[in-house]
Design a protein. Sequence first.
Length: 235
Amino acid sequence: MDTHLHHDHLESHLQSSDMLRDIVIGMSDGLTVPFALAAGLSGAIHESNIIVIAGIAEIAAGSIAMGLGGYLAGKTEQDHYQSEVKREYDEIENLRHREIEETKEFFANIGLSKDLQNQATAEISQDKDRWVDFMMKYELGLDKPDPKRATKSALNIGLSYIAGGIIPLSPYFFIDDATEALQFSVIATLICLFIFGFFKSKITGVNAWMGAIRVTMIGAIAAAAAFGVAKLFQL
């Protein structure tokens, strides 16, 4: 009963951690890249509708690209795990003596006596599937990935990118003059970047205030650089 509850807690924790990582990846780029694009365009043109069209196109392309990246990363993790499983089965079949020694070595490292090492190894090696699972986890340090992880990651990252990208773009929907819209975009985006950086750093164990300032500065520098380059070429 206790083991089952602990397992559920562990699975929930891991899934939450994966989702949080996806949101951080998508949101951080979603806030920064469209913000820099809007700022750059605002330095060259004055019509907000053009920036809105360009911004929406960038958000669409960016969310697809980021989501695809998350999907491929998830698939790569699954493919790697499956290839290692296949290799372990092959080694158990053809190099059984070596796998026996590696299993005993693990039990020796956790302090079991010689007799218990032999007994535990003999017990676990009776079931190939259980033995492979054991070797994957304790020899290779690999946990079985969620088969839906790639799809979930793609959706989490893509939707987070869209959510982040709408924030710097939103003032341009309501203000015709791009320069004026940029002022509101800067305020809204920097506030969101600060809040996002604060909670991101707090969750990951980094100094929250320093993390918030760092994330905000990165977004501000990117936008200022884009705006400056646009103004330079406009001249």
